[in-house]
Design a protein around this ligand. Structure first.
Ligand SMILES: Nc1ncnc2c1ncn2[C@@H]1O[C@H](COP(=O)(O)OP(=O)(O)O)[C@@H](O)[C@H]1O
Ligand SMILES: [Mg+2]
Length: 354
């Protein structure tokens, strides 16, 4: 079931937390709301669930207006950061909860419960209480509880945040598998860009109650439209620049640190000032001292060895400092003080509006 959000505003005590937000989430989509703490992700998710009332605008499931419908009539499954299991009920009874609320009981109901728990690898802990389970198991129970009612929409609010790094990756895969199998429209909330990039069909990057950019993980990462998105999703060098000439093919020349490079130009016509965005991993270091195309000459001022890669800081001739991430053989091979060249493909350097 697709979700349509039209001009939605939500306020707490007269202050808009969500303001005039419109968004279409296609049926079967794994959609992620990504943004820092306080930007309104939970509020938007709870409004979709019906726990929070919109002050303006409308919400549609498929083409049905559900704006005023109470949560229990929306056929949604929800998973929270803190699992929200009933501590005094067994795992099986936790999962059975939504089915009982719909008037189901007996063997037929228990069969569904068992099936759903087996699905998340927990058929063997049905009679235990949540306290006897690990965090990862508890979140799997919460997933089974959400999915057993065959919801039309699955809503998840930072479900991986309380888990350690290894479990987070495991449960990430469980969630992705369940979602794909059931082909259920899913709204997933996170502040973690790696989670968002790895799991989603579409990402909405949120900033202060608005969706600042909407796109596939690749679009969000490789073509950020604002400095906020570039900064929030992955590391980025952001440098104030003035373009010297805008070419008809959407590129422009930029003077930087005594060199000139070609970059993609997304500035409106007649605008010269913008921000140059370059990902550290898109810059390549070489010891070649002679000037070459697309190369920024600089001096290594910092080096951090990170195992599979090395993170460098280079000072350019005008004292601009840029970050460069090196991979491959001998990636930590440039000493502090070494003069180097950092080259970038013109398609990977982008000038956006400031
Ligand atoms: N029940 C509430 N009453 C008043 N303000 C709230 C309430 N819930 C959240 N807020 C405020 O609304 C803003 C958005 O919060 P929230 O939706 O929880 O953001 P996020 O989930 O992105 O961290 C924050 O400034 C928060 O302090
Ligand atoms: Mg939140």
């Amino acid at each position: 079931m697709g979700i349509d959000i039209k001009n939605l505003s939500v306020n707490y005590g007269g202050m808009d937390v969500i303001s005039d937000l419109s968004l279409t989430i296609p049926e079967g989509c794994f959609f992620t709301l990504l943004g820092p703490s306080g930007c309104g992700k939970t509020t938007l998710l709870r409004t979709i669930a019906g726990f929070v009332q919109a002050s303006k605008g409308n919400l549609y499931f498929q083409s049905n207006d559900v704006t005023r419908l109470p949560p229990h009539r929306r056929n949604i499954g929800m998973v929270f950061q803190d699992y929200a299991l009933f501590p005094d009920k067994t795992v099986a009874e936790n999962v059975a909860y939504g089915l009982r609320a719909r008037g189901e009981s007996g063997d037929a109901m228990m069969k569904k419960v068992r099936h759903e728990l087996e699905h998340v690898g927990l058929g063997h802990v049905m009679d235990r209480h949540p306290a006897a389970l690990s965090g990862g198991q508890r979140q799997r129970v919460a997933l089974a509880r959400a999915m057993v009612i065959k919801p039309q929409v699955l809503l998840m609010d930072e479900p991986l945040s309380n888990l350690d790094a290894k479990l987070r990756i495991q449960i990430r895969e469980t969630i992705a598998d369940l979602q794909r199998e059931a082909n259920i429209t899913t709204v997933f909330v996170t502040h973690d860009q790696e989670e968002a990039l790895s799991m989603s069909d579409q990402i909405g990057v949120m900033n202060k109650g608005k969706v600042e950019q909407l796109g596939t993980p690749k679009e969000i990462y490789s073509t950020p439209r604002t400095a906020y998105v570039a900064d929030f999703v992955g590391a980025a060098n952001r440098i104030d620049v003035s373009i010297s000439d805008a070419n008809a093919d959407g590129t422009a020349h930029i003077q930087l640190g005594g060199a000139s490079i070609l970059a993609r130009n997304t500035l409106p016509a007649a605008t010269r000032d913008g921000i140059l965005i370059m990902r550290p991993e898109d810059l390549r270091l070489s010891a070649n001292a002679s000037a070459e195309a697309q190369a920024l000459p600089g001096t290594v001022v910092k080096r951090q060895y990170l195992g599979g890669k090395t993170s460098y800081k280079l000072a350019l001739a005008d004292d601009t400092v840029i970050s460069v991430e090196s991979h491959g053989d001998n990636h930590d091979g440039f000493d502090i003080g070494t003069k180097v060249m950092a080259t970038i493909d013109p398609s990977k350097a982008v000038v956006i509006a400031s």
